[in-house]
Ligand binder design. Structure first.
Ligand code: G3I
Length: 384
């Protein structure tokens, strides 16, 4: 349970800023003993230590996804990114669509720039994603068939993984391969399943492990967070997939839980989610929170939304960070100015969305406080 911190007005740095943020909200919303006041105070943190260091203090890694186009054109954003993040995930530059302009050619220009940026700023690099049913290049459909699919897939994984071998923390080897109830084992009907059958997942992991034995190899998926029948089935099918892979000695090392979470109280069942994490950990797997952000599309509340969004971050992270197997937290972006949700999940009232730790002016928000306090409160873990 999160221990409530008393508000400590320390140096007028970001610490002051942290408290100032809370105070600013308090002042604006002050009415004697308003519940909000208590709610806001829950986000107070001490000091101005960036998220990357707060996480590192507990043996955790904090990072975010970003795009080459943004990091190369917005210097201030790049600086804030390097200040807050210990890990960089190229949001699109390591997908087939970006890497494979033609069947013969690999274009590492943008992903190499991002790898160098990460190295220059003492950040880990994370690869997303080697096998996915989306972001495939236009030539894929007319070029890849049952006769050459295995060669095309293994050549891609070999070339890309060897290119970054030794300089990458982890790879999402396979992404979003499970959809509940569609088939017996829940495998999504993807071009890979159609062309290669159910063994494409094992083939991908074995190929990646051979290409870079050091990288942490991750199965990544979404919609594993909530408490509803569909999620319950998906959790079971993902667990079955992981058990099957482990039982065959397939080198899968971790589960990636995307964590695109709705702000409107769809509701977690803390115990069920905690038990799911325990079951994954019992397979001797690590767990990474790989794409966290908070969606406002069903959130009608306008005034207090920063506190509501921050509450989702704090409640969800304090729950998952209680599991020692969780070693990494990635937000799918850092600033509200650059988020896929602007197009994918706009607010019904059209107000600009605020799903991430920093606002569009790169200022820390209550969500930043919530993530900071979740790291500060997290039980420390062994750094592998
Ligand atoms: O770079 C091209 C540009 O040259 C072209 O002019 C423009 C117009 O078509 O498209 C640009 O590519 C877009 C790319 O984002 C870069 O902005 C793609 O069309 C667009 O599909 C791609 O969207 C990405 C999406 O994955 C699909 O790859 C989003 O940025 C990215 O945030 C999103 O991330 C996914 C994770 O990979 C997996 N989990 C869910 C998550 C959100 O959908």
């Amino acid at each position: 349970m999160i221990k409530r911190r008393t508000l400590i007005v320390s140096s007028l740095g970001a610490a002051g800023a942290g408290v100032a943020i809370a105070n600013h909200y308090l002042n604006r919303h002050q009415a004697p003993e308003q519940p909000q006041k208590r709610g806001i105070a829950r986000f107070a943190v001490t000091g101005d230590t960036p998220l990357r260091e707060r996480a590192a203090d507990k043996g955790l890694i904090y990072g975010a996804a970003a795009q080459h186009q943004v990091l190369t054109t917005n210097v201030e954003f790049a600086q804030r990114f390097a200040q807050e993040c210990a890990m960089l995930v190229p949001a699109n530059e390591l997908k087939w669509q970006a890497l494979r302009p033609t069947p013969e050619r690999f274009d590492f220009s943008r992903s190499d720039w991002m790898a160098n940026f990460a190295q220059r700023h003492n950040m880990l690099l994370r690869g997303h994603t080697l096998v996915w049913h989306r972001a495939l290049p236009k030539w894929f459909e007319e070029t890849v068939d049952r006769t050459n699919a295995a060669k095309v897939l293994t050549e891609h994984i070999n070339t890309v993984v060897q290119h970054y071998a030794g300089n990458i923390h982890s790879w999402d080897v396979v992404n979003e391969a499970i959809v509940p109830n569609k088939t017996k084992d829940g495998l999504r009907q993807t071009p890979w399943l159609r062309l290669l059958g159910v063994d494409y997942i094992e083939m991908a992991f074995r190929t990646a492990a051979a290409a870079d034995p050091q990288a942490l190899l991750v199965y990544n998926d979404n919609n594993l967070e909530y408490d509803n029948a569909k999620t319950a089935v998906k959790r079971t099918q993902v667990l079955k997939l992981l058990e099957r892979l482990k039982s065959r000695g397939v080198p899968v090392h971790a589960l990636g839980i995307q964590s695109h979470i709705g702000a409107s109280p769809q509701g977690f069942n803390a115990k069920k989610l905690r038990d799911f994490l325990k079951e994954v950990a019992s397979l001797d797997l690590k767990i990474l929170i790989t794409e966290m952000d908070v969606l406002e599309k069903n959130l009608l509340e306008a005034n207090n939304r920063d506190a509501i969004i921050a509450g989702v971050y704090q409640d969800y992270l304090s729950l998952v960070l209680d599991e020692p197997a969780v070693n990494t937290v990635i937000t799918w972006g850092l600033s509200d100015r650059y988020t896929w949700l602007t197009n994918f999940a706009p607010r019904q009232d059209g107000a600009p969305i605020r799903p991430l730790p920093l606002d569009a002016q790169l200022e820390r928000k209550l969500a930043w406080n919530a993530i900071a306090s979740a790291f500060d409160q997290a039980p420390p873990r062994q750094v592998k």
